[in-house]
Design a protein around this ligand. Structure first.
Ligand code: ZN
Length: 258
């Protein structure tokens, strides 16, 4: 089985073959995917699997952000309802990716500014664009299934990559605080296993600590190198190759705002 069961209505692919997490929400009359992963050849199989489990078709895709590890397989869903924020849709068009042979160029066919929702029977999915990891970053909240799909504003067991030029660490921190205010049990990240409120709290604490340290150093007139070194010394449970470019981007934003 490619999908792992989180609850009887929530299934997740963590890591390969999708690479970025893909969540399948089994609603009363349909299956909704949150993000679709990167690998087109694997999609047919995963789609078939979840449709067999659910007894319904996958007919709706909601995207959390435009990065290719979350959207590259979109051409496999060209006949579906594809929902995203307007900014995400614009970012995806601007990325200018070519579809693989035999597939057509596919973009969201429904978009919203800041918030939208879909209803199926008694189950509601709420989508909110918060920005953060990218300017179009959106989370999906299902109060009925007590789950939130955070995309790449949440990384569990991985260092959160924040090097994107259209990313904003202040919006990101605010988004994480927003997630913590929700009455949910399952926090599904863009990368890594399904987590709990503690995982969100760990990340928000870390980002706030880095912000405090960097802003203080910037206010004292320290050099970029000194500020980055101080930021690098802030403790966190994971590190990785994503760290230097992330800290550099956050420094740039906070220097401009200090
Ligand atoms: Zn990602």
């Amino acid at each position: 089985m490619i999908f792992r069961s989180v609850t009887e209505n929530v299934f997740v692919i963590v890591g390969p073959p999708a690479y970025a997490n893909v969540t399948a929400l089994v609603l009363p009359s349909r299956v909704v995917l949150v993000d679709c992963g990167i690998q087109l050849p694997a999609v047919e199989e995963t789609k078939k699997e979840i449709e067999e489990i659910a007894g319904h078709e996958v007919d709706t895709i909601i995207l959390t952000h435009f990065h290719s590890d979350h959207t590259r397989a979109l051409p496999a869903f060209s006949d579906c309802r594809i929902i995203s924020s307007n900014i995400l849709s614009k970012n995806l068009r601007r990325a200018g990716r070519k579809p693989p042979k035999g597939y057509k160029l596919t973009f969201p066919n429904e978009s919203f500014d800041d918030e939208s929702a879909i209803q199926d029977g008694n189950v509601r999915l709420i989508m909110k664009r918060t920005g953060g990891h990218t300017d179009g970053s959106t989370f999906v909240h299902c109060p009925n299934y007590r789950a939130i799909m955070a995309g790449d504003n949440l990384w569990i067991n991985y260092f959160p990559w924040g090097g994107a030029k259209n990313g904003d660490p202040d919006s990101w921190i605010a988004a994480l605080q927003n997630y913590m205010s929700l009455d949910v049990d399952y926090f599904i990240p863009g990368h890594g296993p399904v987590g709990s409120k503690d995982d969100v709290m760990g990340l928000v604490d870390y980002m706030q600590n880095v912000r405090d340290v960097m802003k203080e150093m910037i206010a004292l007139g320290r050099t970029e190198e000194q500020v980055l070194r101080a930021g690098d010394e802030v403790e966190y449970s994971v590190s990785g190759i994503a760290k230097p470019s992330t800290l550099k981007r956050w420094y740039k934003v906070w220097r401009a705002r200090t």
